[in-house]
Design a protein around this ligand. Structure first.
Ligand code: ADP
Length: 592
C-alpha cells in the first residue's frame, strides 16, 4: 500500500483565533491527535488530525492508495481548506471526485472523535469578491498537457518567463492517462534486440498509415526529432524501460515506455522541472482561457477566468502557445465534424480522454482567424474499458502480448493492423466487443503491475479480467465454445512457430500463448484522438484562413491538425506533442 505523508501546519496564531469551530453535540472539543479513515478511489485513506482547543493544527495523511498524481490536488485542496479556513466545503476535484470525498470523509471522521462539529464546516464559505488580475510573462501557454508542458519547459530553459493556464485542477491532460508509449527510432537500442528500423520507415508508416493525407513536412519533422526529444526527457530525469514493443496500431516495434506507469513519468519530469526554484514557470490551475487577445494584428495575450470567478488578463511579450488539446470529450463537436464513423460518435460511445478535452482551443483560435484542417478525422481505439471507456484496466497495450477474439472465441483481424481497421472490424463483431487473450508470461505471480499500475490479481478480483488455468476453462468462463477458443490459440501458436501461414496477415508477435494461467480482458471501441485542428507550419506558427502567419501565435499537440492524416499511428501522439511542444516553446522565445 502506497503511503505519502501530507502535512499541513497552521502558521499564524492570529489565524487560529478566527478558526474556532463549534463542538459536536457531546461537550467540549478534545485536544490531541485523532485518527480518521474513509474509503477513497483506491482504498482506505487514514489521516491524523492534530486539534488544540477546537482548532485544527495539522493534518497528516498517514496511509492511502489513491492513484498517483490524481490524489494530490484533492488532498491539497481539502486539507488546506480545513487547516486554513476551518472549512470542508470545497468543490470536488474533477476527475478525482472519489479522492476528494474520501479525504474529506477521513478528516471528518477524525474530527468527530475530537468532538468538533463538522456540519458547520460544511456550511458555504463566505462569498469571494471576484478580482481582475493582470499578469505578464514572456510566454503564455494555454493547456498543461504534454504539449503545453514540453513548450513551457523548453521556453524556460531558453531563459523565458512562462505562465501556464490549465482549466483542470491538475496538470497532465491526456498524457497522464495515456498508455505512455512513444514511437522513437532508436537504432542503438532496437538493433540490440534485433529490430530493424529507420527514420524513413517511421515516416512511411506514419504518412501511409494516415492515408497519405498529412502534411509530409510536419511528419518528417516529427520522426526526425523524436530521439532528441527522448534524450531531452532523460535529461529531465525520465527513466525508460529497456524493452521496445509495438503499441496497438503502431505498425512497428518502436514504442518506448517510461518506467513509471502510464503517462505519469512524463508529467512527473515536467512538474519536477517546474518546481525548481529558478524555473520561472507559473502554473494557474482551475483557470480557463476564454479568448486569445489580438492587438495590432498580433496575439499578445490570453483572457481567462478561474473557478472563483476572478478574471485574468495575461500578457505575453514574446508569444502565446495554444496547447489546449483536442475534442474527444465534446460530443457535439464529434458529431458535427466526424467524416469517418457514420454518425456513431454520440454519447453512446465513450472516450479514453480526460473531461477537459473539449476543443475550446480550436474554437478560440478560429475566433481570431486561424485555419483548421482534418477536423473530420476522429480516431477510436478498440481497447476501451466497457464501463468507463477509459484505457484503465487494460492488461496490455502491446500487440506482441495478445490476440483479439470475438465473443465466439475467434480471431477476426490482424492485431497489428491500423487502428481504424481494428475498430471497424470490432464494430462488426457481436456487441461490438472483443477480448484480449494473454497468457501469464507478463504476470507470473499476478501482483506485477500492468501498464496502468493495476495488478492482474486486482483486475480479476473486480471482474475486469478473467483468469483460468486452461484455455477451455477460460472459454467456459466467457460463455464461448471451449473447442473454438482452444483451436484459435493453437492456430496462433502455429503461426508463431512458423508452421501455419499468417492468418489475417498478422506479422508481429513475440511468444506462443501457452503459459498458464490464461487471461481474458473484455474491451470495446472508444474515442481516442481527434486528428484535426489548427493549421501550423514547421515552426508551429498558426496559419490563418488566408494562408498567412498569425504573428505571436503558436500551437502544438492535439489542438493542431495535419500531422496524422486520417489515422494516427499508436504511440505517435506522444511523439507529436513532445516534438512540436518543444518547437513551439523555442519558436515563441526566439520570435520566429
Ligand atoms: P496535448 O496532448 O496536445 O497536450 P491534452 O488534451 O493532453 O493535449 O492537454 C490539453 C490541456 O489543455 C488539458 O489539460 C486541458 O484541460 C487544457 N485545456 C483545454 N482547454 C483549456 C482552456 N480553455 N483553458 C485552459 N486549459 C485548457
Amino acid at each position: 500500500m502506497k503511503t505519502k505523508r501530507f502535512i499541513y501546519i497552521l502558521a499564524g496564531v492570529m489565524l487560529i483565533a478566527s478558526l474556532i469551530i463549534g463542538c459536536a453535540g457531546g461537550g467540549r472539543a478534545r485536544t490531541g491527535v485523532f485518527t480518521g479513515s474513509a474509503i477513497g478511489h483506491g482504498g482506505t485513506i487514514i489521516v491524523e488530525v492534530a486539534v488544540d482547543s477546537g482548532n485544527i493544527i495539522s493534518i497528516d495523511v498517514i496511509q492511502h492508495s489513491e492513484t498517483p498524481f490524481f490524489y494530490e490536488r484533492p488532498f491539497e485542496r481539502v486539507i488546506s481548506a480545513a487547516v486554513n479556513d476551518g472549512n470542508l466545503n470545497v468543490d470536488n476535484v474533477t476527475g478525482a471526485t472519489l479522492s476528494t470525498m474520501g479525504i474529506r470523509a477521513a478528516i471528518a471522521d477524525a474530527l468527530s472523535d475530537a468532538r468538533i462539529n463538522t456540519r458547520r464546516m460544511m456550511l458555504p464559505r463566505p462569498a469571494h469578491t471576484a478580482r481582475n488580475i493582470q499578469m505578464a510573462a514572456d510566454v503564455v501557454v494555454v493547456g498543461g498537457g504534454g504539449a503545453g508542458l514540453a513548450a513551457a519547459v523548453t521556453a524556460s530553459q531558453l531563459g523565458a518567463s512562462v505562465i501556464v493556464v490549465e482549466k483542470m485542477s491538475m496538470l497532465g491532460g491526456n498524457t497522464i492517462i495515456a498508455g505512455g508509449a512513444i514511437n522513437i527510432v532508436n537504432p542503438e537500442l532496437q538493433r540490440r534486440i534485433g529490430i530493424q528500423d529507420s527514420i524513413d520507415l517511421h515516416f512511411r508508416h506514419t504518412f501511409d498509415g494516415g492515408g497519405q493525407l498529412a502534411n509530409p513536412e510536419l511528419v518528417r519533422i516529427m520522426v526526425e526529432n523524436a530521439l532528441d526529444g527522448k534524450n531531452w526527457l532523460s535529461s529531465l530525469g525520465l527513466v525508460w524501460e529497456e524493452q521496445v514493443s509495438t503499441a496497438i496500431g503502431a505498425l512497428h516495434p518502436r514504442s518506448h515506455n517510461p518506467v513509471m506507469p502510464i503517462g505519469t513519468g512524463y508529467i512527473d519530469a515536467y512538474q519536477r522541472f517546474i518546481a525548481r526554484p529558478n524555473s520561472n514557470i507559473q502554473v494557474l490551475l482551475d483557470t480557463r482561457a476564454t479568448e486569445f487577445v489580438m492587438q495590432g494584428g498580433r496575439v499578445t495575450g490570453v483572457r481567462a477566468t478561474n473557478r472563483l470567478g476572478d478574471s485574468f488578463t495575461l500578457t505575453a511579450s514574446r508569444g502565446v502557445i495554444n496547447a489546449a488539446g483536442g475534442f474527444g470529450s465534446n460530443v457535439e463537436m464529434r458529431m458535427r465534424y466526424d467524416e469517418l464513423w457514420d454518425g456513431r460518435l454520440d454519447h453512446r460511445i465513450q472516450t479514453t480522454n480526460h473531461p477537459g478535452a473539449t476543443g475550446e482551443g480550436i474554437a478560440m483560435a478560429q475566433a481570431i482567424g486561424a485555419a483548421v484542417v482534418d477536423m473530420g478525422f476522429i480516431q477510436l481505439l478498440p481497447i476501451g474499458d466497457p464501463r468507463t471507456g477509459s484505457l484503465s484496466g487494460v492488461l496490455s497495450i502491446m500487440v506482441e502480448d495478445y490476440i483479439q477474439v470475438n465473443e465466439q472465441g475467434r480471431r477476426y483481424v490482424a492485431e497489428d493492423a491500423r487502428r481504424d481497421v481494428l475498430v471497424a472490424s470490432t464494430f462488426a463483431q457481436t456487441n461490438s466487443a472483443m477480448y484480449l487473450i494473454l497468457d501469464s508470461r507478463l504476470f507470473p505471480i499476478g501482483n506485477e503491475s500492468t501498464v496502468f499500475g493495476d495488478t492482474v490479481n486486482s483486475l480479476v478480483h473486480y471482474g475486469r479480467a478473467h483468469r483460468a488455468n486452461s484455455i477451455p476453462d477460460l472459454a467456459r468462463m466467457l460463455g464461448m465454445d471451449p473447442n473454438v477458443l482452444q483451436e484459435t490459440v493453437n492456430r496462433y501458436n502455429a503461426m508463431v512457430d512458423g508452421t501455419l501461414q499468417c492468418e489475417f496477415g498478422r506479422g508481429i508477435w513475440r511468444h506462443r500463448i501457452e503459459t498458464p494461467p490464461f487471461f481474458a480482458n473484455r474491451r470495446v471501441p472508444t474515442i481516442h484522438h481527434t486528428m484535426g485542428g489548427v493549421v501550423i507550419d514547421r515552426y508551429t506558427r498558426v496559419i490563418d484562413v488566408n494562408g498567412n502567419i498569425i504573428p505571436g501565435f503558436y500551437a502544438a499537440g492535439e489542438v493542431t491538425g495535419g500531422i496524422h492524416g486520417n489515422n494516427r499511428l499508436g504511440a505517435n501522439a506522444l511523439t507529436d506533442i513532445l516534438v512540436f511542444g518543444r518547437i513551439a516553446g523555442e519558436s515563441a522565445v526566439r520570435g520566429r
